[in-house]
Design a binder for this molecule. Structure first.
Ligand code: ATP
Ligand code: MG
Length: 290
């Protein structure tokens, strides 16, 4: 039931905005035409107006849905692009050490650097795989997923950018919630956590700490992302989640709005606040799948 409801919120294929507007215009014209034919002198009667308004509202709603989906997709591509830059940078380090060890093995074939080399290769593989999964066009399908590996993938992707800025990710995932599952569109939910953690990294470009704590009750799991940066600007706090609300020179101000839409589509909530000691806290609450 829960899944079904939310699947409806994610129609796989929606027509383009221009098609919707065209369809809307045709429906209104036909509607008014019929009305005119039936009541020649009652062109502007109340019933006609109500119907026209309802049609306009319906097609407006549909266009908005298409628009939101389009910006979600473009935001996802933008994120993948910015992550790719830091990931490329980060991949250079293991590649350099791999090259060094292979060189050493060449001169001393007995030297056993194989384990270190394999670990470095696995790390590169993990990062590249995660990036490819994130960049893949979204199927928009709700699936049952364990939260633990999902967050782990997020760390793998965002860590290169964090390392670049001397930011440490502290993983507070409790062992007893290891097998906790949720129903989600995996790449979209990853996008939420990447957006939020990326904001924290950007707010602490000279270093800091981000703690990710996970707690759960019978029905809900809470993922709390707290940093020790400057916190949300006070004048912004009320407007967080509204589009184009950015204090960054190159920010679009769409990141948190998209997070909010995705979390709500998953039947959850997202809250933004500042800690009394300073630093921003974002709390994502999602329904647990039982
Ligand atoms: N962890 C944080 N610490 C301090 N301020 C933050 C934090 N996260 C978000 N903000 C503030 O909220 C604003 C909106 O964030 P949002 O992610 O929606 O857009 P953005 O980061 O500015 O742009 P984009 O995400 O498109 O690159 C930011 O410009 C910033 O002022
Ligand atoms: Mg952002």
């Amino acid at each position: 039931m829960w899944m079904g409801l939310n699947m409806e919120k994610h129609p796989r294929k929606l027509p383009s905005v221009s098609l919707i507007i065209l369809a809307g215009a045709i429906v209104i014209l036909v509607d008014q035409g019929v009305l005119m034919a039936l009541h020649v002198n009652k062109w502007v009667n109340v019933w006609g107006l109500v119907r026209t308004s309802a049609i306009v509202a319906f097609f407006g709603f549909l266009s908005r849905k298409v628009y939101v989906q389009a910006i979600q997709r473009s935001e996802q591509l933008r994120i993948t692009g910015t992550l790719a830059a830091s990931i490329a940078h980060e991949i250079r380090n293991p590649l350099t050490s791999l090259r060094g060890f292979i060189q050493l093995n060449k001169t001393d074939p007995k030297a056993a650097y194989t384990d270190i080399m394999l670990t470095e290769i696995d790390r590169i593989n993990d990062i590249v795989n995660e990036l490819l999964i994130l960049a893949k066009p979204q199927k928009g399908e709700y699936v049952i997923r364990e939260l633990r590996p999902l967050l782990q993938s997020v760390f793998t992707l965002i860590n290169p950018q964090a390392i670049l800025h001397d930011v440490h990710l502290m993983d507070g995932y409790p062992g007893e919630l290891e097998s906790l599952t949720i129903v989600c569109v995996e790449s979209k939910l990853k996008q939420v956590f990447i957006n939020v953690i990326k904001n924290s990294v950007e707010a602490m470009s000279d270093g800091g700490e981000i703690t990710i704590t996970v707690t759960a009750d019978e029905e809900w799991v809470s993922i709390v992302i707290a940093d020790n940066g400057p916190g949300f600007p006070l004048e912004q706090l009320d407007r967080i989640g509204q589009p184009f609300n950015s204090t960054k020179e190159k920010g679009t101000g769409l990141g948190l709005m998209i997070c909010q839409t995705i979390v709500e589509d998953h039947g959850g909530t997202i809250h933004f606040q500042n800690q009394p000691v300073g630093g921003a806290v974002v709390t994502v609450k999602l329904p647990i799948h039982r």
